[in-house]
Design a protein around this ligand. Structure first.
Ligand code: SAH
Length: 465
């Protein structure tokens, strides 16, 4: 992170704005919006700017000198004179005053973000000065995503803030209260323009708590599929629940960028799952989920891919059901879909694959126990999960049971991530190809005629390509 985003309280604070033209006017608007007393210094100042800062601010029709910095807490240089801008920057820095020079990141000690204003809710977006247009485009997208009434919802919350603060001395309980109401019926009422009703409803909720009516603090579990790696592949619901969980249990398959999207202050518990390295045995994970939820926590069980595909998601929620703990399951993009898409391999195709089969290639001590005769059918695509260690055994068994040695296959390493690599060859030679490269888990093995389509359909470029 090149810059730390901060929100500056400028109410009644004197700020120096050097420049009297159009750019200065835009900056002045922001400063005035934030309640600052703006001192504009320029030999000529546009009428609109002058009237904007009139009142609390002042206009000095003179050339800039360092004396103008006196009493200011923040400085903006918005002239078209580079030498002057540089001078303002030097003077401000010499006095440890935060300074911004329009369009010259080098001369700035702070930069201004693109702003989505739903006051009191404000979103600042910055590209660190490297791609301002991109920041502005992103801002336009967020503008269209965040309902205008979000500010009104925040206004409602702030009117009740002190009361809620008195009522809930415990920070977690207070946050629970707000989270429950800021996305429940109260919020919906505000969004549909029925603010008075929203207020009445919120009032009632608070009164009930004040009168000590029994609270229903119930924990719950969200079993969420985090997809194969690329965070863009998360579902909206996954993201929403990731942002509201109190604690997250995750394992090795969950990618860093996905984990980054979990609420910052949620407790994180790594529960492992590497081959042969189970940080926590499955039974303990199941038990932990139960215990955390029983303590009233909103527990996010975040899994790679889809929780119901080789994810043991079923076992985990079985225990929850036995203990009557509420849960929901959010599907994720399974490795087969993710890797196939990002490798340009359709899993089915009218001409060559009428079905697809997801198979575990997990190597047991006595080999891989699968019904091989069922797997050699040529119009069927096979997708092996956990198949790296057993790769040679899988290919040999398929050939031994009658699948053609010329059947094309692909091994996708770290699919959908910038590190994705794809190794393709026929099943007779793939093990040797893979052995010749340093391939690391997770990998997914795709076998069948559809792999040939990759030549034409490969579109995803990984970082190393
Ligand atoms: N629930 C997961 C699968 C868990 S089993 C899902 O639906 O995807 C773990 C196996 O998934 C790994 O051994 C590997 O075969 C596969 N896998 C998961 N993510 C992968 C990725 N990004 N690239 C390649 N294979 C992956």
């Amino acid at each position: 992170m090149d810059y730390l985003p901060l929100f500056f309280d400028l109410k009644q604070q004197r700020c120096l704005l050097v420049g009297g033209g159009g750019i200065a006017l835009r900056k002045a608007r922001l400063l005035v919006k934030a309640g600052a007393r703006v001192r504009v210094v320029a030999p000529r100042v546009g009428a609109e700017l002058a009237s904007l800062v009139a009142g609390d601010g002042e206009v000095r029709l003179e050339t800039y000198s360092a004396a103008q910095l006196q009493g200011c807490v923040l400085v903006i240089a918005a002239t078209d004179d580079e030498t002057l801008n540089a001078q303002v920057s030097r003077d401000a820095r010499a006095r440890n005053l935060p300074v911004n020079v329009v369009d010259s990141p080098r001369l700035c000690s702070f930069i201004m973000p693109a702003i989505v204003d739903r006051s009191p809710l404000v979103i600042g977006i910055s590209s660190g000065g490297q791609a301002p247009v991109l920041a502005r485009l992103l801002r336009a997208r967020i503008e269209s995503l965040v309902p205008a009434a979000y500010g009104r919802l925040a206004g409602l919350a702030s009117r009740f803030r002190d009361r809620a603060k008195r009522l809930f001395t415990d920070v977690d309980r207070r946050r629970d209260f707000w989270e429950q109401h800021l996305q429940g019926p109260v919020a919906e009422l505000v969004f549909s323009g029925r603010e008075t009703e929203a207020e009445t409803l919120l009032q009632k909720q608070l009164e009930a708590r004040e009168q000590g009516l029994p609270e229903t603090v119930r924990g719950e579990v969200y079993l969420v599929g985090g997809g194969p790696g690329d965070p863009d592949l998360l579902t909206f619901r996954a993201l929403r629940l990731m942002q509201q969980a109190d604690v997250v249990l995750y394992d090795r398959l969950v990618s860093e960028p996905v984990l980054d999207l979990v609420r910052r202050d949620a407790e994180r518990i790594y529960v492992g799952k590497r081959r042969c390295d189970h940080a926590l045995p499955q039974a303990d994970i199941n038990q932990l989920l139960v215990e955390l939820a029983q303590r009233g926590q909103r527990v996010l069980r975040l899994k790679g891919g889809d929780p119901f595909i080789f994810g043991r998601g079923g076992e985990e929620i079985e225990r929850l059901a036995e203990h009557h703990i509420p849960f929901q399951v959010v599907p994720g993009i399974t490795a087969a879909s993710g890797c196939a898409a990002y490798a340009g391999i359709p899993l089915t195709h009218r001409d060559c694959a009428q079905s697809v089969r997801f198979v575990t290639g997990h190597l047991q001590s006595d080999g891989i126990n699968l019904n091989w005769p069922e797997l050699v059918e040529p119009t069927q695509t096979l997708v092996f999960y956990m198949g790296l260690t057993g790769l040679t055994a899988i290919c040999e068994a398929l050939i031994a049971h009658g699948r053609s040695p010329a059947t094309p296959a692909a091994l996708v390493e770290k699919g959908t991530t910038p590190q994705q690599r794809v190794f393709s060859a026929d099943i007779a030679s793939l093990p040797a190809v893979v052995a010749a490269n340093e391939v690391r888990a997770p990998t997914l093995l795709i076998i069948g005629e559809v792999v040939r389509l990759r030549e034409k359909l490969n579109w995803f470029q990984a970082a190393g390509d």
